[in-house]
Design a protein around this ligand. Structure first.
Ligand code: ATP
Ligand code: MG
Length: 302
């Protein structure tokens, strides 16, 4: 039985930002307050993953809602492994995962929401974005040359561009919400010290060498600018129908539990039901069973 007592019970609520107006990153923490036992956390996560899996089956059968999970973070914050662990129990047929890297020439030739809008989850499915359209108000804001590469008409690129893009994202998410998509956005909030430790581990551990990217060291030097961009982004886009969760990410086991808890609470909140059948159909099901019972077995002999 799980003993940390931090899993479940909607404990992720304390990390939820659904009214961005007064959001300040300085009120958030990169490390959890609670001390956690890693083995127990693993057992707790296992239980939660099973529950997520059960609810995903009903989400799929119900075929009304879809769930979109967006992950944003600095490098090495644990996006990949969180996604892998949280969704390890779900039926792959009802789950769509997309990672968004540097835009291609074709993608740069379209508006910034184009490439992600093609990947939104189908009704009944869980969609996961490993990075997303939020890169536009994060990395492109930190590196204005990325905005230049989009070749927008000059008179549309004013000092209001970031506010306009954030407004566009809000409108896009409202549109999704009004069409039955529940959106949860996770910022895995890592400290620069822990990032450094994880980079060193990527260098020292031969099995992790492939993950090391020298460009990550360069990006790290823009830390303050990134944090400002995250704060502005969350402030403008955290709302009831598309909340942000600012999850302490220095402890991976804890971060996974917090994300799983938010997903679980949201799925529970949807009050999902297996589709109900009319009496007429229930009666006819019995007659189909009779047909199967009475059929001549010989006809299937090869
Ligand atoms: P890891 O944390 O394991 O390194 P990752 O998510 O960083 O994984 P990468 O393929 O290393 O994956 O990097 C993707 C890169 O693409 C990131 O540097 C990100 O900022 C960049 N990127 C994503 N979207 C955009 C965008 N719209 N414009 C410019 N760059 C983008
Ligand atoms: Mg990277």
């Amino acid at each position: 039985m799980a003993k940390n007592n931090i899993g479940k019970n909607n404990f992720s609520k304390k990390y939820r930002v659904d009214d961005g107006g007064k959001f300040q990153l300085k009120d958030c923490k990169t490390a959890p307050d609670e001390k956690i036992n890693e083995n127990e956390a693993e057992a707790e996560l296992k239980e939660m993953v099973e529950e997520i899996s059960d609810l995903q089956n009903v989400l799929y059968a119900d075929n009304k809602w879809s769930l979109l999970l967006i992950f944003q973070a600095m490098d090495a914050a644990g996006k990949d492994s969180t996604i892998k662990n949280i969704l390890s129990g779900v039926n792959p047929q009802g789950c769509e995962v997309y990672a968004f890297g540097r835009p291609s020439v074709e993608e740069l030739g379209h508006d910034f929401l184009w490439r992600t809008s093609k990947c939104l989850p189908q009704r009944g499915n869980i969609g996961v974005f490993n990075r997303s359209y939020y890169e536009e108000t994060l990395v492109a804001r930190v590196h204005p040359e990325l905005l230049k590469a989009q070749n927008l008409p000059n008179n549309l690129v004013t000092e209001n561009i970031w506010e306009e893009r954030l407004d566009d994202i809000c409108a896009f998410e409202k549109h999704m919400a009004r069409n039955g998509t529940r959106i949860l956005k996770f910022f895995l909030y890592l400290s620069p010290e822990e990032q450094k430790a994880r980079f060193i581990e990527r260098i020292d551990n031969p099995k992790k060498n492939w993950k090391f990217d020298k460009n990550d060291l360069y990006e790290r030097t823009f830390w303050k600018k990134y944090m400002y961009a995250y704060e502005e982004t969350i402030r403008h886009t955290a709302c009831e129908h598309a909340p942000w969760y600012v999850i302490p990410a220095d402890n991976k086991a804890y971060a996974r539990l917090a994300v799983a808890d938010a997903v679980l609470s949201t799925l529970k909140d949807l009050d999902l039901q297996y589709p109900s059948l009319s009496n007429e159909i229930i009666v006819s099901l019995k007659s189909y069973k009779d047909i199967l019972d009475k059929e001549e077995r010989d006809i299937y002999k090869i």
